[in-house]
Design a binder for this molecule. Structure first.
Ligand code: PGA
Length: 260
């Protein structure tokens, strides 16, 4: 794993945005369409702002880019103010030249009998696009990636899941009341994420330090689904200093022990 530690989330996000721009340009030269997996939440906002700036000021084009979002709240239609479909359009897609047909977000407003088909079709669409070149991730305080909460297996695929109480509590700021926070969500699986050719995970702030330490220094375990990334051949972590604090301390300790 590559660790990139920056003073601020903005610096980290700008570095990742440059990486995305170079992926888009490499694909253009190779005559391929880049397939990018996207995340929601507070973490990627600075990244999305920078991509929009690069599009407006530097002419970075998303005309050939195909995107797949990780997840969507169950029961929310696309136009619901808190849907991830809406979040992605407001914060990114509406400001780019991406083609609507190249945008994919799991549908949250599906009938129970259509859930399995929706999830299978989502997996099939990723495969049809040639798989994901770069998967962008945040990490939840439970250690989730996408909405793969503790207890998720490494081989899980796109499915309907129950949200962890910690995740629901963290979403109260968005929804106003705990009772308004959906109890379930559709998410791609850990197996789906791990099939991406490369992965970039971002985390900011001291509130994420413990889970970042557990995920990347602790054992690989479904108790902390982000720890599955330790077994992936191409993962880059983009952290600010507060989020990296335990990781840095743990690395020093390991180094120290290995010298003893
Ligand atoms: P956040 O959520 O970006 O709002 O902290 C991260 C996540 O749950 O993956």
């Amino acid at each position: 794993m590559d660790f990139h530690i920056f003073q601020t989330p903005e610096e980290a996000s700008h570095s990742l945005a440059r990486g995305i721009a170079s992926l888009i340009k490499r694909c253009e030269v190779a005559g391929k369409r880049p397939v990018i997996g996207l995340a929601t939440g507070r973490t990627p906002l600075a990244l999305y702002r920078e991509l929009v700036r690069m599009h407006r000021e530097e002419g970075l084009s998303f005309r050939n880019v195909i995107t797949f979002n990780l997840d969507e709240y169950h029961g929310l239609g696309r136009n619901h103010p808190k849907s991830y479909w809406r979040f992605m359009h407001e914060n990114l897609f509406d400001h780019l030249d991406i083609l609507p047909e190249n945008i994919h977000v799991p549908r949250g407003d599906i009938e129970p009998e259509d859930t399995v088909r929706e999830c299978q079709e989502y997996e099939a669409a990723i495969a049809d696009a040639g798989g994901i070149d770069l998967q962008i991730l945040g990490i939840g305080r439970t250690g989730h990636i996408g909405f793969n909460e503790p207890g998720s297996g490494a081989h899980t695929r796109t499915r309907l899941v129950e949200l962890d109480p910690v995740t629901r509590a963290d979403a109260v700021a968005d929804f106003g009341h705990l009772s308004a926070v959906p109890e379930m969500a559709l998410t791609v699986g850990c197996g789906t994420i791990l099939e991406a050719r490369s992965i970039a995970l971002m985390a900011w702030g001291s509130g994420k330090a413990t889970v970042v330490g557990k995920a990347f220094l602790g054992p690989v375990s479904g108790d902390v689904p982000a720890s599955f990334l330790q077994d992936h051949p191409s993962v880059s972590l983009y952290l600010d200093e507060p989020a990296a604090e335990l990781l840095a301390a743990g690395c020093e300790e390991k180094h120290h022990h290995s010298k003893d």
